[in-house]
Design a binder for this molecule. Structure first.
Ligand code: SAH
Length: 354
């Protein structure tokens, strides 16, 4: 698919895209001119070319020089799982990783629709591990190792696009995007402006730190927001989302309202249904009360069990009843059943197993 990734110390072309002056210097050092830097950028970002050999608009000297010094991508694919429905999960090794734990996952999910042009949804990661440590989620189990660089986030899109046209993306892989906001925003600006993905087609999911959300809204970022709520009860949320301990749900909802006010884009509230834990009638009733009058959607996610974490998949009828209860109480609610790869699908599970 692409040329080999960086050796230790080599800087990839994707990284140079975030340092335009440096890119230009390197082009000039190989006898190129400023517009050649623009061509390199367009070839990769606009046209999806991942081999220098295919960049025939450039001189052989420039192509060969870059090929030797600057691999296009710095991440390498170390394994790939393809489910029957075509959902494909890539496990990626990050540049310079000595440790097998320095891996992240990207999932390419083809559309259900028959229309071949419908494109796929890409689920991307923003961190190696996660500091939020939700007790049901595989991603936080090993703690946080490091933030991804902007180009490492962008590379997931470049590799994902090489597997088939992308129409949407969700930043719902490993990591808490608001803990790595600067790099996430820098990557998504390129995805929006140069890969051409509409802001309403990109969703960033966060546990919802109110101050960070308010600051982010001021950037007019090119994405929609999803907030992982998981329960309408404060004490239970302190347990389910430990990094939010002590922050009242009311403050999170108020930050969601402000997000809508500033960006004009409705918030989605995500709710992982954990069988026998937060899928009761009382939860649905109280959730609806708390969200009453807000323009938002509730996205119910039936839990995909992770071995050893002590939480269960909800029963199908309880999922339906929860959804119906929200709808009866005037909310917009959808259920997101996980696609393909059932055994290893949830965030961070492939990484834990490798
Ligand atoms: N840290 C961010 C984004 C990553 S996860 C966040 O928490 O929103 C995206 C969503 O998947 C979150 O709502 C998360 O709680 C949920 N999730 C994590 N593990 C899951 C699992 N095993 N089954 C179903 N959903 C899961």
């Amino acid at each position: 698919m692409s040329e080999p990734a960086t050796d230790q110390g080599q800087i990839s072309l994707s990284e140079l895209f975030f340092q335009p002056e440096e890119l230009q210097k390197r082009v000039e050092a190989l006898g190129g001119r400023a517009f050649h830097a623009r061509i390199l950028r367009e070839q990769v970002l606009k046209n999806g070319v991942l081999n220098y050999a295919d960049m025939t608009a450039l001189s052989a000297r420039l192509r060969d020089g870059f090929a030797q010094e600057h691999p296009i991508l710095s991440c390498t694919e170390i394994s790939r799982i393809v489910a029957e429905d075509g959902t494909t999960k890539l496990l990626l090794r990050l540049p310079g990783a000595a440790d097998k734990e320095d891996t992240v996952e990207t999932v390419h999910i083809p559309s259900h629709r028959r229309d071949a042009d419908a494109g796929a949804t890409l689920c991307v990661s923003t961190q190696v591990g996660c500091a939020v440590a939700c007790p049901f989620c595989a991603s936080g189990r090993l703690g946080l190792r490091r933030n991804l660089e902007a180009h490492e986030i962008l590379e997931q899109y470049l590799m994902g696009r090489a597997m088939g046209k992308l129409s949407r993306s969700v930043v719902m892989g490993i990591g808490e995007p608001m803990h790595n906001y600067k790099n996430t925003l820098a990557a998504l600006r390129v995805v929006h402006e140069e890969l051409g993905m509409g802001a309403r087609k990109i969703t960033v999911s966060s546990v919802g730190f109110p101050d960070r959300l308010r600051a982010a809204a001021q950037d007019k970022p090119p994405f929609q927001l999803a907030i992982s709520l998981h329960t309408p009860f404060d004490e239970e949320r302190d347990e389910l989302v430990p990094a939010m301990k002590g922050i009242p749900i009311e403050d999170v909802l108020a930050a969601g309202d402000d997000w809508f006010g500033v960006t004009g884009r409705e918030v989605t509230y995500e709710y992982v249904l954990l069988g026998g834990t937060n899928d009761t009638h009382a939860h649905a009733h109280t959730l609806a009360q708390r969200l009453h009058g807000r323009r938002c959607t509730v996205n119910l996610i039936p839990y995909n069990p992770v071995a050893g974490m002590g939480y269960a998949r909800p029963r199908g009828e309880d999922v339906e009843a929860f959804k119906e209860s929200l709808i009866e109480q005037g909310l917009v609610a959808t259920v997101r059943w996980s696609r393909g790869l059932e055994q290893d699908a949830a965030c961070g599970q492939l990484r834990l197993r490798s």
